[in-house]
Design a protein around this ligand. Structure first.
Ligand SMILES: *[C@@H]1O[C@H](CO)[C@@H](O)[C@H](O)[C@H]1NC(C)=O
Ligand SMILES: *[C@@H]1O[C@H](CO)[C@@H](O)[C@H](O)[C@H]1NC(C)=O
Length: 216
């Protein structure tokens, strides 16, 4: 997605050579951002695929099921909730969604929002989640509308390196053997840590990895 935008930008600045020839402070456009080699040379702080070091929890427990005692926005099974908001999350007494520090077998990743949802069991605490869990969590916790929650989840799944058959993805490192419907033919699904296949501007709160010197 980002690469398409950049190549469009390259061709449009090439059409205006004066923009590129200006020096120093006169520069109207910082073209160094377009230097693909510079970005290639950058150290990838999140290895795209490193399944060996990815925490492994053999006992995947899905997000705490929706509970009528603590309905939040009533979002359940990936369907639209009520979109009302105006409540405390987690609600007092909602033990299922209390903070639990991740263990050594839990995956955490570059998105603080996803990490938070996992720490509170709104998505699976082991960090292997799916489309419906994230769609519900974004509505119940962040009071996003269903359409936005669904789009965000879908973008994270498809461009953020998940599996469109199983609808699962890792919120961090490469856990292909748990996210793929058919791991032996799926190739690598590097999870949200992966930055070399597709770069998605899928985060609500973080800058893009490619244009922000890897600081996202
Ligand atoms: C999946 O990969 C992890 C390493 O990330 C490994 O520890 C685990 O045994 C694998 N599980 C299966 C079912 O192959
Ligand atoms: C609802 O949530 C509470 C606290 O989180 C829990 O004690 C209770 O067992 C849950 N009820 C159901 C039906 O899951």
């Amino acid at each position: 997605m980002k690469l398409t935008a950049i190549s469009l930008l390259v061709s449009s600045t090439a059409a205006f050579p004066a923009l590129l020839n200006l020096k120093g402070n006169e520069k109207l456009l910082d073209t160094s951002v377009l230097d693909l080699n510079k970005h290639k040379a950058k150290k990838n702080i999140y290895p795209a695929a490193d399944p060996k070091n990815c925490p492994f929890n053999p006992d995947h427990v899905p997000a705490a099921p929706w509970n009528a005692s603590f309905p939040y926005n009533h979002a359940n099974n990936g369907l639209p909730g009520k979109g009302k908001g105006g409540y405390q999350v987690p609600a007092p007494g909602d033990e299922e969604h209390r903070f639990i520090h991740p263990t050594a077998t839990d995956i955490r990743g570059p998105c603080p929002g996803m990490n938070m949802l996992a720490n509170h069991g709104f998505i699976a605490r082991d960090g292997i989640t799916d489309l419906a869990e994230v769609t519900d969590a974004c509505q119940n916790v962040f009071n996003m509308g269903w359409d936005l929650a669904n789009v965000i989840s879908l973008v994270a799944l498809v461009l953020g390196d998940g599996d469109i058959v199983s609808r699962k993805f890792s919120i961090g490192c490469d856990a292909t053997n748990r996210t793929a419907a058919a791991p032996q033919v799926a190739g690598s699904q590097p999870g949200l840590n992966g930055h070399n296949n597709f770069e998605a501007d899928a985060s609500m709160g973080r800058d893009d990895f490619f244009l922000n010197e890897g600081d996202n």
